[in-house]
Design a protein. Structure first.
Length: 72
């Protein structure tokens, strides 16, 4: 794929998702069957979960490195 086309497609996707997240959270009323489609809130929850698991994995890595150092 052309590098400029990839760059343009990436920008369109990023800007599109930012706009969808913003407009779904400002209270326009995106609901389906009584459930809110607040994508910005869902993205925030996903990001917090990712940070949580990243910190857990860094802790496990340090434990494994410490055990490895004890064996030497």
């Amino acid at each position: 794929m052309n590098k400029w086309l990839e760059l343009l497609l990436g920008l369109v996707l990023v800007i599109g998702m930012i706009l969808i997240g913003y407009y779904s959270s400002i209270g326009v009323g995106w609901t389906v069957a009584g459930k809110s489609l607040d994508f910005l809130h869902a993205a925030w929850i996903f990001l917090k979960g990712g940070i949580f698991w990243f910190v857990i994995m860094v802790g496990v890595l340090f434990i494994l490195l410490g055990i490895s150092d004890l064996r030497e």
